[in-house]
Design a binder for this molecule. Structure first.
Ligand code: PLP
Length: 437
């Protein structure tokens, strides 16, 4: 049993206005809801893949971030997942937003996010997008080369320029340093060029790469940022913002943990940017907020049996599912993500397991979601559940074969719903103290 309600009927609620969502019964977990939903959908002949998004999980992440990095204001990297409810929830909680394009700026500006809480983090911007930012007063923007500087000097001289530096991250999936960011050795020339153009450089940013595995990358990048701050200050720039990018893990199994990253960052910040210096510190976490909030449920469309004769004869199964690499699982193809699903139905754990391959629905040989996993024998119509699917999934889907995007069911556990109501009340009182009668 769950109660579905239209939040707009709860007239005080602004953060999820107009959104259909479910508040789970007391004691019901999100995993139980996913299972229940898959059973009820199958019963009504609906085998479409779907997501369940636990919005209370985002509130927990907000607290975890504030506790771990109290000196750092998060600006959510919305490229990661720009689902409206996620954006509304984060805006309600008070994060800023890191946007990469005019469309992203537009989405959050329309939600009423103040321009001061937005940073335009694409260091290679189209001029019309810069003009749009200028029109709406979004001033903070990154740059990393002379041509971008010239472009901004011509189109938006009031911009608050943030110089993006490269980070020393050698992990194979981290290719960003190859595209974005300037080497420390080139910063002085660029800062001089900015001065000569009358452009004030306002801060330094870096991004250690999504799924960063090395806490030392942050330590090194913060030290490097300090060097660039000093060069800038000596040249007369008003250096007063440090942006430490994203890359924080979004699920509890990832190592190093968020807490480990936070510890290293806190120490590095206190060494290089002590509190008594008037520097605003921001970050651009993306996956951190959304990974664990989203669970995907995929249905088995076709089952194929293969017999493998590798010495002993053993059976292997290929299952074709109704979402894949060209949908929510693009990062699996890029080998940037490993997703480990669980079987949706109950099964006897003593049952024999078989090597299995999970395919997406497009028949393309690249559309392989999981190459090798041991599973009990499953049937067409069974569900496979993928936890931790909130980051770079829906935001990277293509229209290849025109399979539809999975529907999202938004939920709150009963406990987190109560917390949300308390937060909302506090917020209302902050904004309208006269209501505290
Ligand atoms: N900032 C920049 C510049 C990025 O390119 C990205 C994504 O790679 C992020 C922030 C967010 O990274 P993550 O989702 O790993 O926190």
């Amino acid at each position: 049993r769950d109660r579905t309600m239209d939040i707009s009927e709860l007239h005080t609620c602004t953060f999820l206005a107009g959104m259909n969502m479910t508040i789970l019964d007391k004691g019901m977990s999100v995993q139980q809801f996913v299972k229940q939903k898959s059973i009820s959908n199958s019963a009504s002949g609906n085998e479409d893949a779907f997501y369940v998004a636990d919005l209370g999980d985002i509130i927990k992440k907000y607290w975890q971030f504030s506790k771990g990095l109290p000196r750092v204001k998060p600006f959510y990297a919305m490229k990661c997942n720009s689902t409206r409810a996620v954006l509304q929830m984060l805006a309600f909680l008070g994060t800023g937003f890191a946007c990469c394009s005019m469309a992203e700026l537009d989405m959050v500006l329309r939600m009423g996010v103040p321009a001061a809480d937005i940073v335009f983090v694409n260091p290679c911007k189209q001029v019309s997008h810069i003009r749009y930012a200028a029109e709406y007063g979004v001033r903070k923007m990154t740059f990393d080369c002379e041509s971008e500087l010239l472009k901004l000097a011509a189109s938006y001289p009031q911009a608050e320029m943030i110089l993006q530096i490269v980070t020393d991250n050698k992990e194979p999936w981290h290719t960003l340093s190859g595209i974005c960011g300037v080497y420390i050795s080139e910063c002085e020339n660029l800062l001089k060029k900015a001065k000569s153009l009358n452009m004030d450089v306002f801060g330094v940013s870096f991004h250690t790469g999504s799924r960063c595995k090395d806490t030392h990358s942050f330590h090194k990048a913060i030290e490097d940022a300090r060097k660039v701050f000093d060069i800038g200050k000596n040249l007369g720039h008003q250096m007063r913002l440090l942006d430490i990018g994203g890359g924080f893990p979004g699920d509890s199994e990832s190592r190093p943990t968020f807490e480990k990253f936070a510890e290293v960052i806190r120490i590095s910040l206190d060494q290089s940017f002590p509190c008594n210096e008037d520097v605003q510190i921001i970050a651009e976490p993306g996956r951190f907020y959304v990974t664990s909030a989203f669970t995907a449920a995929l249905n088995i469309v076709t089952k194929k049996v293969v017999t493998k004769k590798d010495g002993e004869e053993r059976r292997q199964f290929s299952y074709v599912l109704n979402d894949g690499i060209f949908g929510s699982f693009f990062l699996n193809y890029m080998q940037m993500e490993e997703t480990w699903p669980v079987v949706g139905k109950d099964f006897d754990t003593a049952q024999e397991l078989f090597p299995s391959i999970l395919w997406g629905p497009t028949c393309a040989s690249e559309d392989k979601i999981v190459k090798d996993i041991d599973l009990p024998e499953l049937e067409m119509g069974d569900w496979i559940i993928f936890p931790n699917m909130g980051a770079y999934s829906m935001s990277m889907t293509s229209n290849f074969n025109a399979f539809s995007t999975p529907k999202i069911y938004f939920v709150f556990t009963r406990k987190m719903w109560t917390v949300g109501q308390i937060l909302k009340k506090e917020k209302l009182l902050q904004n309208h103290p006269q209501n505290n009668l």
